[in-house]
Design a protein around this ligand. Structure first.
Ligand code: SAJ
Length: 403
């Protein structure tokens, strides 16, 4: 039996996948409301293929509870935010989950941490917790997740994985557990290497997105078409530039690289500047809105609307969303009035929020495409009589504005 601790964006799909592949699973979360929702037969967020997986897991007897279980293997996937001041990883949720698990974990059991942590966190922060409670008989493993929101179920099965363990026997035992559903290669290494690989993967992407964003700024300044330039550059056999955008959100790319900046401040110039570049994009868009309004002699900010609230397309996740960052920036400039709409967000998360595309479009003259949801791609014709600021390069009208 495996007790999965933390039933969020990573823990839930992992628990369902293991259960659907014949492993007895009990999922534990301290949030009673979330556990009640799952026990009522409902998933807690939208993800392609998740509901089907949920049904399979229910048939396989998965259980959800707020209680920690006595068992051989625990998988911990709780959030690891960063401290906004020091930029260091905030491991408090992991530590608190460990303390709860250790109270019930039998001798010789293994705790697998899936949450992203900075290199050395297990040695510096987690092992002392075990030692203080006299539990050096418990094995620690780090198995960082790699699945991308929007394609989680496919990637859970097909991605390669990394397992970090103190010894190969324990590492291979956990590798065999993941191999029940994972068709990718599973590499067993040491814990600190596993910790570092995960943070490095997300840092690689953050730095590359920052490069594209910096190009967008250069091109805007000197009137060049960044998309055309990237398209041509990418025809070179060794160049593969990512896409600029209105900012970087989500709980991974916009967070994990800060762990390295927090831990190695004097050694992370490229990474630190990249993160600042990405963080500057929502304000850059706000400034574009101002420029376009000036050019078009538009005076009324309430006739401007942001399309999309989620951190990227076709998910319902608004963590660190560029649109929310932009609205925050508007507030800091003592402004109000921007309208906002997202087909995936049915709860109120912002002022002046709309819940219907047509009503939203009827109320504005300038639409800012922040997120490339399928909905707006399929309804592009509805923007024909609008001024469009397309931050995602999806609109083919001739007079469209870009970042
Ligand atoms: N973005 C751009 N330009 C691009 C690509 C992305 O601006 O060319 C923006 C997106 O719009 C979004 C943000 O970056 O706001 C991040 O999106 P993403 O799709 O790049 O990544 P995430 O955060 O959804 O998932 C990442 C993945 N990591 C890598 O690709 C290295 C995923 O595999 C990880 O499992 C996940 O982080 C995680 O949980 O760590």
């Amino acid at each position: 039996m495996v007790n999965v601790i933390g039933l969020g964006y990573i823990g839930l799909p992992t628990a369902l996948m293991l259960s659907s592949n014949g492993v007895k699973i009990i999922g534990t979360d301290c949030n009673k409301e979330l556990v009640d929702t799952l026990n009522a037969g409902k998933t807690t967020f939208f993800e392609k293929g998740l509901d089907e997986l949920f049904q399979k897991a229910l048939l396989s007897g998965i259980e959800f509870t707020t209680e920690y279980q006595k068992t051989d293997v625990y998988i911990v996937s709780v959030p690891t935010p960063y401290d906004k001041f020091s930029k260091k990883v905030d491991a408090s949720y992991v530590i608190s989950a460990m303390q709860d698990v250790i109270r019930v974990a039998p001798n010789g059991s293994t705790i697998v941490i899936e949450s992203t942590i900075s290199p050395g966190t297990i040695n510096k922060r987690i092992r002392p917790v075990l030692k203080d409670l006299g539990r050096t008989d418990i094995n620690l493993v780090h198995a960082p997740e790699r699945i991308i929101p929007g394609n989680m179920v496919y990637e859970l099965i097909n991605n390669n994985r990394t397992i970090g363990a103190d010894d190969k026997v324990v590492g291979n035992r956990i590798k065999n557990l993941y191999a029940k559903f994972c068709k990718g290669e599973i590499v067993v290494t040491d814990i600190k290497t596993a910790e570092m690989t995960k943070v490095v993967e997300n840092t690689f992407r953050a730095v590359n997105i920052a490069f594209a964003n910096e190009l967008a700024k250069i091109c805007r300044h000197d009137d060049m078409n960044v998309y055309e330039i990237i398209r041509i550059c990418n025809m070179h056999p060794r160049v593969n530039i990512l896409q600029p955008g209105p900012g970087v959100g989500g709980h991974c790319i916009s967070v994990d690289p800060w762990f390295l900046v927090g831990d190695y401040p004097s050694l992370t110039r490229v990474i630190g500047e990249s993160m600042k570049t990405n963080d500057s994009m929502p304000e850059f868009v706000l400034n574009r809105i101002f420029e376009i309004m000036e050019e078009r002699e538009m005076k009324d900010i309430t006739r401007v609307g942001l399309y999309g609230l989620t951190y990227k397309e076709n998910v319902d996740d608004i963590r660190e969303s560029p649109t929310l960052q932009l609205l925050e920036c508007q507030k800091r400039h003592l402004g109000i009035g921007l309208k906002v709409y997202d087909p995936f967000i049915t709860k109120s998360v912002a002022d002046n929020q709309y819940y219907n595309l047509d009503e939203f479009l009827d109320s504005i003259d300038l639409v800012v495409i922040m997120v490339k949801h399928d909905e707006i791609i399929e309804n592009m014709g509805k923007l024909r009589n609008k001024v469009v600021l397309d931050c995602q390069n999806i609109c083919s009208f001739t007079d469209v504005y870009h970042i």
